[in-house]
Design a protein around this ligand. Sequence first.
Ligand code: GDP
Length: 394
Amino acid sequence: MIAYIILIVVVAVLLVGIGGTMLLRPRGMHGVRRGRAKELDLTGPMPRASDDTRSGGTGTATAPHPTTQPTTPVQRPAERLVLEKPPPSAGRMTKLRARLARSQSGFGSALLGLLSRDRLDDETWDEIEEVLITADMGVTPARQITSDLRTRVKVEGARTPDEVRAMLRGELLAQVETEASRALRTQRHEGRPAVVLVVGVNGTGKTTTCGKLARSLVGDGESVVLGAADTFRAAAADQLQTWGERVGAQTIRSYKDQADPASVAFDAVSAGIEQEADVVLIDTAGRLHTKNDLMDELGKVKRVIEKRTAVDEVLLVLDATTGQNGLRQARVFAEVVDVTGIVLTKLDGTAKGGIVIAVQRELGVPVKLVGLGEGPDDLAPFDPVTFVDAILGE
Ligand code: GDP
């Protein structure tokens, strides 16, 4: 009997021992997992289930939101270390002037040729007006320039080539220059980052402009957070993130299909505030199905951002090669949001320079930036004098 009891006790002890070992085993496995996580921590911040939104570069978490994700894939340390140093924005238009001159020379040299004729009869003045109209500036400015030139020629009499050039230069400048400042509001103010909304029809170069602008601002010493609120075009967020990664600007984005642009924008602004960035640039979708769709979407994005801070700039991106069509787009956007500046892209292409005059007149806001190529630093602050001189081939 005693032996029987001892046997039962021994079996019981053995069973408890085996059970204990089995219970300990998962704890051991968990430790390995944690170890692995720790290894990954060396390369970058690990996404946690509770952190849906997170900065890519520094690992600082922002306000959690279900639609947004870490912006920088975790295992890319080498890429993040090699940051490019973009050049500052000053003097860029002068550097890129040759491209402008190439695309605009037809218009300027045709005008100079006509104005240098010995006899300026009615027919020649009609031709001058036609050249101006076909340069996309619109009928009213073309008539204004022609009539002003005609008066000056009558009053001043003799015309040397230099005088003709100076006259035309003066007239063009008068049309291109605006009283409104072309400076971008991208500085921190009242302890908050500046917020820039970038709007425009898809295909105009909106996302590229956001990326180039981020580079240019980084080149000017500003810290930038990007918001990929163009959630309609699947590749837009990847494109923007790539631009940002090259210069160390973080991109707040969503990996969810058709995510709510307003919530991405909100998270981007929140990230900018938390990280004390200088400026938050937000790329938006430009679907033009109906004006109401656009109004609903952009209106919501703006309202939601304004729960955190004011929107400082609304930059409308227009493709300069689209002429009248671009102007129609500009009109629709201006009815939907308060545009504060125009970005004219693709001025290096087949664009006609008159579009600068036409769009400024149409919207009553200045062209602030121009795109002069597909290269990363081919975005320049717009300078009227350089522009007009390029048209005249100087
Ligand atoms: P989005 O749909 O408006 O965001 O357009 P993207 O930013 O994707 O740009 C559309 C195309 O326009 C791309 O191939 C860009 O490289 C090109 N692009 C943008 N800006 C310029 C520019 O200033 N000059 C030229 N030549 N191409 C540009």
